[in-house]
Ligand binder design. Structure first.
Ligand code: HEC
Ligand code: HEC
Length: 347
């Protein structure tokens, strides 16, 4: 039976009702990993693809991912108790939030659109501009910064340690109570289990001819012929590089993107190529959410991006017929991922 507890919230400002927490000893629903991270082949959650790199100081185990998933879904991690990591990366919106630009804790307006997180553990640079170079660093920044607004992360950690269910799990995973350092580690472990590889396209690539319609199969050919695969390449559907497509460059003060990280002129207005997995669900599109529908986003890319002095040289206009456009859309819809956004029981 569930017991409703009234938690005096951290800063005494608000009270939150928490009804999801079972009474009695807390039992976590352990995540099963598709491959053994310590085995000879390493962690290979994507069939036939290279092993994911796991940092030596944050080993991935079923229990670390399980703890991370609880934290990822827990609104008590945010400064004002309003949102969890999952709030902006939801299944129904292709692991984004469906807003043009995100709104963080304390209703803080953020400048960019929430990106999808499919296969994020295979990336080596994070955010639209790649400014974070580890998933642990990214998770810490998302938690303590504007997204989650946990500027007093220590107070939140103290609160987590007051809950026996969390305290015990941190002891099991890290051999210590929750700290501002190991919370992002657990979040990163969970994110390494957000694996996208179960689309109709994946099944078709694995040899199941019936998995994709003939239109979608033709669309895959169009996708390659129109040179989309120069950037949206391979099983990850991204080259993990940064390109200027021209989005937002006509603004009075454009978002300079990757340039802010490298200071290199060629990176002016360049952003990380997003994966196209689950793309049909993640409208609106691009780093500033400026394009409402997938059809318009694809038209824009087919036109070779938006003209500006820093436009990527890879982008060239591609003329295709109406039938080819329909086929291309059918292909992109075959990249829909099955997704389960059920929150785990929380301590
Ligand atoms: C208010 C909405 C919001 C919340 C809450 C939120 N995020 Fe995000 N997330 C974003 C936005 C917006 C970006 C892109 C920011 C940028 O590129 O500057 C992002 C980027 C990311 C990325 C990088 C993706 C990539 O392609 O490089 C990861 C990973 C991520 N978030 C994980 C998390 C985690 C973990 C939490 C909880 C600690 C979290 N997010 C909470 C909106 C949110
Ligand atoms: C030069 C590399 C490059 C090529 C070629 C390219 N793209 Fe992209 N694509 C990107 C980048 C980078 C972005 C993100 C740009 C931004 O938000 O500023 C993007 C964004 C998108 C988006 C929106 C994704 C989202 O999550 O918002 C779609 C859809 C898309 N591309 C489809 C295509 C299609 C279809 C083609 C082929 C006609 C194509 N792209 C060719 C680099 C490329």
């Amino acid at each position: 039976m569930n017991r409703c507890t009234l938690l005096p919230f951290l800063f005494g400002l608000a009270f939150t009702f928490s009804c999801a927490h079972p009474s009695g000893p807390f039992i976590a629903e352990e995540i099963k990993l598709p491959a053994d991270p310590d085995g000879p082949d390493g962690y290979t959650p994507l069939d036939g693809y290279e092993a994911m790199e796991i940092p030596a100081d944050n080993p991935l185990t079923p229990m670390s991912a399980t703890l991370g998933k609880e934290l990822y879904f827990d609104t008590r991690l945010s400064g004002d108790g309003s949102r969890s990591c999952y709030s902006c990366h939801v299944c129904e919106k292709g692991l984004t939030d469906g807003l043009p630009t995100a709104i963080g804790a304390y209703e803080k307006k953020l400048s960019r659109s929430s990106p999808t997180l499919w296969n994020i553990g295979f990336h080596s640079e994070f955010y639209w501009d790649g400014r974070a170079t580890s998933l642990e660093g990214q998770a810490a920044a998302a938690w303590k910064g504007g997204n989650m607004g946990a500027s007093d992360a220590q107070a939140i950690v103290d609160y987590l340690n007051s809950l026996p269910g969390y305290r015990e799990q941190f002891e099991v995973v890290f051999g210590e109570p929750a700290t501002t350092d190991n919370v992002p580690k657990a979040l990163a472990s969970y994110m390494r289990t957000i694996i996208g590889g179960n689309t109709a396209w994946d099944r078709w690539m694995a040899g199941d001819e019936s998995a994709m319609s003939e239109s979608a199969q033709r669309g895959f050919e169009v996708f390659k012929e129109a040179r989309c695969t120069l950037c949206h390449v391979g099983v990850l559907m991204t080259d993990q590089q940064f390109h200027n497509v021209g989005i937002g460059m006509d603004a009075a003060e454009p978002d300079v993107g990757r340039y802010k990280v490298t200071g290199l002129e060629k990176n002016m207005g360049a952003f990380k190529t997003p994966t196209l997995r689950d793309i049909s669900k993640s409208a609106p599109y691009f780093h500033n959410g400026s394009v409402a529908t997938l059809e318009e986003a694809v038209q824009l890319m087919l036109a070779g991006g938006l003209p500006n002095p820093h436009l990527d040289a890879f982008l060239k206009p591609a003329e295709i017929s109406e039938q080819q456009f329909a086929d291309l859309m059918a292909f992109l819809r075959s990249l829909d991922e099955p997704c389960d956004g059920t929150a785990p029981p929380l301590p």
